[in-house]
Structures are given as structure tokens and as C-alpha cells.
Design a protein around this ligand. Structure first.
Ligand SMILES: Cc1cc2nc3c(=O)[nH]c(=O)nc-3n(C[C@H](O)[C@H](O)[C@H](O)COP(=O)(O)OP(=O)(O)OC[C@H]3O[C@@H](n4cnc5c(N)ncnc54)[C@H](O)[C@@H]3O)c2cc1C
Length: 181
């Protein structure tokens, strides 16, 4: 039986667009979340020769670090530093020699370029070359102790790793919302 892709659950790896449902419905390991945690699990699963699937939804593949965390924040900080010290050097021979014009639009475009490139080389290309690991795009939810649903699809797993990241919790602290201490 050939599986037809639907919008809510699409296989990202082109190699797996046509396959037998019976062949892929059951896995040794189902990894939920395609960030740094999910990726290291996927790499290990491949090394161990497991039949695994990595399910990622929400943020693009790579999760927080490459898309909205470590990478973009460091790019923006580094650009800001270079701009600042270019104009505020401790050395009088450099002071005031840098351009004073900064185009925020260019900064954001460069940040996006770097993020897109790193996501491709460090995540998409890597996972597409992991033997035995498939990638499914969509949100996974448990429908039984050993099954998850992603869009219209159900996947059965022997073991699961939940690597869905975290969200900050704003503690109820008087004055915090107003920024007043
Ligand atoms: C601004 C910022 C800067 C940071 N800088 C650094 C740094 O310099 N150095 C450092 O070490 N760390 C840094 N971190 C922390 C780092 O980004 C996180 O520790 C790391 O990304 C966590 O990885 P993770 O795999 O646990 O989760 P995530 O990377 O968040 O991945 C979880 C993935 O699972 C997906 N998901 C969630 N629910 C489901 C579901 N039900 N089904 C399918 N998919 C789902 C999410 O959309 C996401 O793609 C920074 C974080 C932020 C926010």
C-alpha cells in the first residue's frame, strides 16, 4: 500500500515519500522533538542500528538552538559588538573610523542567512544521512502507551524519547509584569 502525504504529517526525507505503510508503522524508537536533544538521540539510534523515527513540529528542524536560540542570539550579539567597538575603540587610531550607519534590515537578513545555512548543514543534511532514521514533520501526541498520532498517522514504538524542549514559566512576582521592583 502506498502512503500519500498529507499536509499535517509529511515526510521530510524525499527518499521515504513512497513506502509501504506496514514497513514503517512500527519502530524500535520514536523520538519526539527535532532539537539538539532529539538529534543526539537520532544519531545514537542510527549508530545502534535501530529503526527509528524523529517527529518534529512547531519550530523547524533543529529546534530552539539553531532557529531561535544559541545561533541567532550569538550572531546578533557579535554583529552588535563589532559595530559598537568599531565606533568605540579603545585605540585612538581606530576610534571613529568605522561607519556609523547600521542597517537593521541587513543585520536580520544576514542572521537569517546564517541560521538557514547552519540548519541545512548541521541538521537537515545530517538527519537525511542517518541510516535507519526517518523524519516526520508534525506534532506527535500519545494515543496509547505505545502509540503516537501525527496528523492522520499512527506510529507504534517499542521505546520513546520525549525531547520537546521547555518553555519559561513566569513566576507570579509582584511588579514583574510592569517591570517595577
Ligand atoms: C535565546 C536563547 C539562547 C540560547 N543560547 C544558548 C547557548 O549559547 N548555548 C547553549 O548551550 N544553549 C543555549 N540555549 C539553550 C538551547 O537552545 C536549548 O538548551 C536547546 O535548544 C534545548 O534543546 P532540546 O532538544 O531540549 O529542545 P528544543 O531545541 O526546543 O527542541 C524541541 C523541538 O521539539 C518540537 N516539539 C515540541 N513539542 C512537540 C510535539 N508534541 N511533537 C513534535 N515536535 C514537538 C519543538 O517545536 C522543537 O522543534 C539558548 C536558548 C535560548 C532561548
Amino acid at each position: 500500500m502506498t502512503f500519500t502525504l498529507d499536509k499535517s504529517a509529511k515526510i521530510q526525507n524525499a527518499v521515504y515519500e513512497d513506502y509501504d505503510l506496514n514497513d514503517i508503522d512500527e519502530y524500535d524508537l520514536i523520538i519526539i522533538g527535532g532539537g539538539a536533544g532529539g538529534f543526539s538521540a537520532a544519531t545514537k539510534a542510527s549508530e545502534l542500528g535501530l529503526k527509528a523515527v524523529l517527529i518534529n513540529g512547531g519550530l523547524p528542524l533543529g529546534g530552539t538552538c539553531v532557529n531561535v536560540g544559541c545561533v541567532p542570539s550569538k550572531v546578533l550579539i557579535e554583529i552588535s559588538n563589532e559595530y559598537y567597538y568599531g565606533n568605540h575603540s579603545n585605540y585612538w587610531s581606530l576610534k571613529g573610523k568605522a561607519s556609523s550607519k547600521l542597517e537593521l534590515r541587513d543585520v536580520i537578513a544576514e542572521k537569517k542567512e546564517l541560521v538557514d545555512g547552519l540548519r541545512q548543514s548541521n541538521y537537515v543534511d545530517v538527519v537525511n544521512n542517518l541510516n535507519g532514521v526517518k523524519v516526520l514533520e508534525g506534532y506527535a501526541k500519545f494515543v496509547s502507551p505505545n502509540e503516537v498520532q501525527v496528523g492522520e498517522r499512527r506510529l507504534k514504538g517499542e521505546k520513546f524519547i520525549i525531547a520537546t524542549g521547555a518553555r519559561p514559566k513566569i513566576i507570579p512576582f509582584k511588579g514583574l509584569e510592569e517591570g517595577v521592583m
